[in-house]
Design a protein around this ligand. Structure first.
Ligand code: PRP
Ligand code: URA
Length: 204
C-alpha cells in the first residue's frame, strides 16, 4: 500500500477552511470540491496509462492516455468529491456504494450498491473520512468481488487507525489524503478532524 499525504500549500489551505467550524455548507461544498480536484490530480500520477500517437495540425507525435477509470463515491459524503472527478475525467464511469456506520459499534452496513463493469479497471474510491477504516474496507471488498483491478482511495482526512485497518485488510489499495490526523475519539470521530463531513456538506 502506498500512503500519499498531499503536502501542497493549496491542499493545506483548503483543508484548513474545511476544518473551520464557521465554514457554512455552501462554502464547505465548494472547498471540498476544490480539494478533491487536488487529490484526484495526485491520485492519477500512479495510474496506468497507455502510449498513443496523436496528429497535431503539423505532425504526428507520441502521447499518453489515462484510463479507463471508474469513480465510486461512498454515500453520502463521497458525493462531495464526485464532481471534481467527473470534471477532470468526463469519460469516467461512476458506481455508487451506500454505507452507514452503526452509532454504537461504528461498524458499517451496506444499504446500496450499483457498480458499473469493473473487470480489471482502476477505481477511484471517494470517501473523505477514513476513520476506523470499516467503511473503506467494506467498499474495497465490494469492489474486489466485482473484479476491480486497482483501487486508490481519495480521502480528505485519515486517522492512523483507519490507515492501519485498510492496509491490513486490503494491502494493494493506495491512499491519497490531505492529512493523517492524530487519532479517533471515543465516538470514532477523527481528532482534530473536521466533524461529520456528510452533515457539514449537506447542512443536516
Ligand atoms: C462517514 C464517512 C465515511 C465513514 C468513515 O459516513 O462519510 O463514509 O463515516 O468512518 P469509518 O472509517 O469509521 O467507517 P457515515 O456512516 O457517517 O455516513 P454519511 O456519509 O451518510 O453521513
Ligand atoms: N465520519 C465523519 O464524517 N467524520 C469523522 O470524524 C468520522 C467519521
Amino acid at each position: 500500500m502506498a500512503l500519499i499525504v498531499v503536502d501542497h500549500p493549496l491542499a493545506r489551505s483548503l483543508l484548513t477552511s474545511l476544518r473551520d467550524v464557521s465554514t457554512p455548507p455552501p462554502l464547505f461544498r465548494l472547498i471540498a470540491k476544490r480539494l478533491a480536484l487536488v487529490l484526484c490530480i495526485e491520485a492519477t500520477r500512479t495510474l496506468p496509462t497507455s502510449a498513443t500517437e496523436v496528429d497535431t495540425p503539423l505532425a504526428t507525435t507520441s502521447g499518453t492516455r489515462l484510463g479507463p477509470l471508474v469513480a465510486v463515491p461512498i454515500l453520502r459524503a463521497g458525493l462531495g468529491m464526485l464532481e471534481a472527478v467527473t470534471e477532470l475525467f468526463p469519460e469516467v464511469t461512476v458506481g455508487y456504494l451506500g454505507l452507514e456506520r452503526d452509532h454504537a459499534t461504528f461498524e458499517p452496513s451496506m444499504y446500496y450498491s450499483k457498480l458499473p463493469p469493473l473487470d480489471g479497471r482502476s477505481a477511484l474510491l471517494l470517501d473523505p473520512m477514513l476513520a476506523t477504516g470499516g467503511s473503506a474496507a467494506a467498499a474495497c471488498s465490494a469492489l474486489d468481488a466485482a473484479g476491480v483491478g486497482h483501487v486508490t482511495l481519495l480521502s480528505v482526512v485519515a486517522a492512523p487507525e483507519g490507515v492501519a485497518r485498510l492496509a491490513a485488510a486490503h494491502p494493494r489499495v493506495d491512499i491519497v489524503t490531505a492529512s493523517v490526523d492524530e487519532a479517533l475519539n471515543d465516538h470514532a470521530y477523527i481528532v482534530p478532524g473536521l466533524g461529520d463531513f456528510g452533515d457539514r456538506l449537506f447542512g443536516t
